[in-house]
Write a protein that binds this ligand. Structure first.
Ligand code: NAG
Ligand code: NAG
Length: 328
């Protein structure tokens, strides 16, 4: 049987712990060192108001980059049905132009408003920055933030896109994130998958779902060091070659990312944010993670195809546009 003294001791410890807990949540910034004496009364209940959401914590991953080039008014006149965020690098002038002239042409769908935005960081080469600046003054479809543009910073690029939608285009219905070497079958994306005439979805996320784990081989493009990600499995994530989501998810992911340690694999990182948000990505076999040889009938069934050069993009687009009447 426990003795009276040990009971008393236990009680004191419990009181101490609850008092410290109370002090730490009610006055998070002040120190109490000068006032510490054994509390005798039971700690009062914390105010109802105090919840985890209004305790300010410093973001783990603040994403405090300035916009070097921005298009803040692109969504002002009318909310787009679909915003397409295209991750690109400075040198890919041809790829951007090919997308503008083919599937990314904002004027193709009339009343169903499409917005195409190219995402870039800051290049270490000043000439390339200037060329992009000029390109942006012509087309007004480039957004640049002040982080070093590199393969290892692709996650920052995606988060910039999420931030852009959340800040400057929150009324958009859907968002697609893709790369500059992807062919997108817009008809299928818009009319077969998203369907403008139907009720907009929320907390919706789809693409080519990968259930995998970290690759520990240092030679791999997808190498993940054990100290950055110790688990043996990733949460389900959509291949970064193309994923589509309802626009409400952009803000949710962006805000979650502020409190989520950065990983350089952007699609895995988005998957981690989705898991925190309790959003499960839907598998859609129209999204192709790999290259697929062109044939009219085959490409008519897809939503995305990977590894398409600017020349191929033009060829495929022209062929598909000129053969709309042909049956498969
Ligand atoms: C609760 O929070 C609101 C605003 O956040 C504040 O005006 C109000 O005084 C708080 N109430 C209490 C009991 O602290
Ligand atoms: C990513 O961008 C940050 C901010 O500009 C920079 O400090 C960092 O070196 C970049 N990382 C890589 C791997 O390029």
């Amino acid at each position: 049987m426990p003795s009276k003294t040990s009971c008393l001791y236990l009680l004191t410890v419990v009181c101490w712990a609850s008092a410290l807990w109370y002090l730490s949540i009610s006055r998070p910034t002040s120190t109490y060192v000068g006032h510490m004496s054994l509390p005798v009364r039971k700690a009062a209940k914390p105010q109802k108001n105090i919840t985890f959401t209004n305790i300010r914590t410093r973001p783990l991953n603040p994403h405090a980059f300035e916009f070097l080039i921005n298009e803040p008014r692109k969504c002002e006149s009318a909310a787009p049905f679909l915003v397409i965020l295209i991750s690109t690098t400075h040198k890919e002038f041809d790829a951007r132009q090919a997308i503008r002239e083919t599937w990314g042409d904002e004027s193709t769908f009339g009343d169903t408003r499409i917005l195409t935005i190219f995402l870039l960081g800051r290049n270490t080469d000043a000439v390339l920055n200037q060329m992009v600046e000029q390109e942006s003054q012509i087309f007004h479809d480039i957004v640049v933030e002040d982080f070093v543009d590199s393969y290892h910073n692709l996650t920052l690029k995606t988060m910039m896109g999420m931030r852009w939608v959340a800040t400057f285009c929150p009324k958009a219905q859907y968002v697609m994130k893709t790369d500059s070497d992807i062919f997108v079958n817009m008809d299928n994306l818009i009319f077969k998958l998203l369907k403008p005439a139907t009720k907009p979805r929320r907390r919706y996320f789809t693409g080519y779902v990968i259930n995998g784990g970290p690759i520990r081989d240092m030679r791999s493009k997808w190498y993940m060091p054990r100290d950055l990600y110790p688990d043996s499995k990733y949460p389900p994530f959509c291949s970064g070659t193309g994923y589509v989501f309802s626009a409400d998810v952009a803000e949710l992911i962006y805000k979650t990312s502020l409190h989520t340690r950065l990983l350089h694999l952007e699609d895995v990182y988005v998957g981690l944010c989705l898991r925190k948000l309790g959003i499960h990505p839907y598998q859609n076999s129209g999204f192709n993670h790999w290259k697929m040889a062109y044939s009219l009938c085959r490409y008519r069934r897809v939503i995305t195809v990977h590894q398409i050069s600017p020349e191929e993009m033009h060829r495929i687009w022209n062929d598909m546009s000129s053969k709309k009447h042909l049956r498969c």
